[in-house]
Design a protein. Structure first.
Length: 42
């Protein structure tokens, strides 16, 4: 699965193996934390 995150002027793409990770965990835990860290680094 391909996930694209847009933050301000940045576009961040990730290729994720759907067989290795639970979609709920990805969308509700991992992705929000990753986006917060990306925003903090700007």
């Amino acid at each position: 699965m391909v996930i694209i995150v847009l933050v301000k002027e940045l576009q961040w793409g990730m290729l994720v193996d759907g067989n290795k990770i639970n979609l709920g965990v990805l969308l509700n835990v991992a992705l929000p934390k990753a986006i917060e860290n990306l925003k903090a680094s700007l």
